[in-house]
Design a protein around this ligand. Structure first.
Ligand code: PGA
Length: 252
């Protein structure tokens, strides 16, 4: 088993240019450089290149985009292609985030196309999914997560699934201050691994990193990351506060 430990910060539509650079500098100075833990920042599109240029080589921080187009190139006003991201040395892209599903009505069909574009451009992908509160209350959370995984992963080339990192993000926990308990996170992550083993292989299931996202902060990160099937976190709100984000990284 050689799965990567990851702490990723999703800045969403926050920070202006100076704030973004300040946040990066704080993180570069104050986070550990353990080679075991990959750190990824997802700044807004507009700042990706500058953030990439401001990285110190010693800190080994990876940079990702929060979205990419499902199209390759052409007359798609306002879109950003996976190729463009690769050309500014972007490492990762987020696909399937619940805010893209909810506010932009993105569907599994689009996630498949986006992931295909990202694979063609040789970007790594963090694919996000998770149930909402209604699903959880009516005990449908496992079924929903399986469907979300199945709809997308079964349509991708089998030999490329190892380019993906999975992020389980229960919608009821995102930005709400409510976190899945370590028990809830562990049981879902183990379930996700079982689904991956059924769909592909036990080997892939053991080697794919599965992150938890949803109100993860410096208080709860350690107990979540201590769960055997939780390989790290995708952090929203707490990633905008330098000291808080560094504590999360350092709690691994
Ligand atoms: P949150 O966001 O940490 O603010 O809940 C997580 C995410 O949306 O990735």
């Amino acid at each position: 088993m050689n799965r990567k430990k990851i702490v990723a910060g999703n800045w969403k539509m926050n920070t202006n240019f100076n704030e973004a650079l300040e946040l990066l500098n704080f993180i570069q100075i104050n986070s550990t450089t353990s080679p075991q833990v990959e750190k990824i920042l997802f700044p807004p599109f507009a700042f990706i290149k500058s953030i990439k240029d401001a990285l110190s080589i010693t800190n080994n921080i990876k940079i990702g985009a929060q979205n990419c187009s499902e199209f390759n190139s052409g007359a798609y006003t306002g879109e950003v292609s996976a190729d463009m991201l690769k050309s500014i040395s972007c490492d990762y892209v987020l696909v399937g985030h619940s805010e893209r599903r909810r506010y932009f009505n993105e569907t599994s069909e689009q996630f498949i196309l986006k992931i295909e574009q990202a694979l063609l451009a040789d970007l790594k992908i963090i694919f996000c999914f998770g149930e909402n509160l209604e699903h959880r209350k009516s005990n449908f959370h496992f079924k929903i997560v399986k469907t979300q995984l199945n709809e997308v992963l079964s349509r991708l080339p089998k030999d490329k699934i190892n380019q993906l990192v999975l992020a389980y993000e229960p919608v009821w926990a995102i930005g709400t201050g409510e976190t899945a308990s370590p028990v809830q996170a562990q049981e879902m992550h183990l379930y996700i691994r079982t689904v991956i083993a059924q769909m592909f292989s036990e080997e892939l299931a053991q080697n794919i990193s599965i992150l938890y996202g949803g109100s993860c902060n410096s208080q709860n990160a350690k107990e979540l990351f201590d769960c055997p099937d939780v390989d790290g976190g995708l952090i929203g709100g707490a990633s905008l506060i330098g000291p808080e984000f560094c504590k999360i990284i350092n709690s691994f």
